[in-house]
Design a protein around this ligand. Structure first.
Ligand code: SF4
Ligand code: F3S
Length: 104
């Protein structure tokens, strides 16, 4: 599966959601996540993200994010259409420590 990571928080560009062939993105206030049970590992979303927030779970150190994608996608609503990007998204691009600062 692919995993949405910390870089998405407060950026939420949503370019990823429209390209997914199985519509497996789920939307929170500050970020989106992928349902790992639905993702077919096609990889087309990864290069679409301007924040480089999407990674394959074969990369090391993503255990926490894989768990969060799994648990949050079970409660958040499905999203298939790109909405309005937050006006300050570019200011949060590449920012460190976003999970601790903003995650709710
Ligand atoms: Fe969707 Fe493919 Fe990205 Fe998985 S890898 S979330 S199936 S676009
Ligand atoms: Fe987030 Fe990137 Fe998608 S910032 S909403 S993973 S395009």
């Amino acid at each position: 599966t692919y995993v949405v990571t910390e870089a998405c928080i407060k950026c939420k560009y949503m370019d990823c959601v429209e390209v997914c062939p199985v519509d497996c993105f789920y939307e929170g206030d500050n970020m989106v996540v992928i349902n790992p049970n639905e993702c077919i590992d096609c990889g087309v979303c990864e290069p679409e993200c301007p924040a480089e927030a999407i990674l394959p779970d074969t990369e090391s150190g993503l255990e926490k994010w894989l768990e969060l994608n799994a648990s949050l996608s079970a409660t958040w609503p499905n999203i298939t259409v790109k909405g309005a990007t937050p006006p300050d998204a570019d200011e949060h691009k590449g920012e460190e420590g976003k999970f601790d600062k903003y995650f709710t």
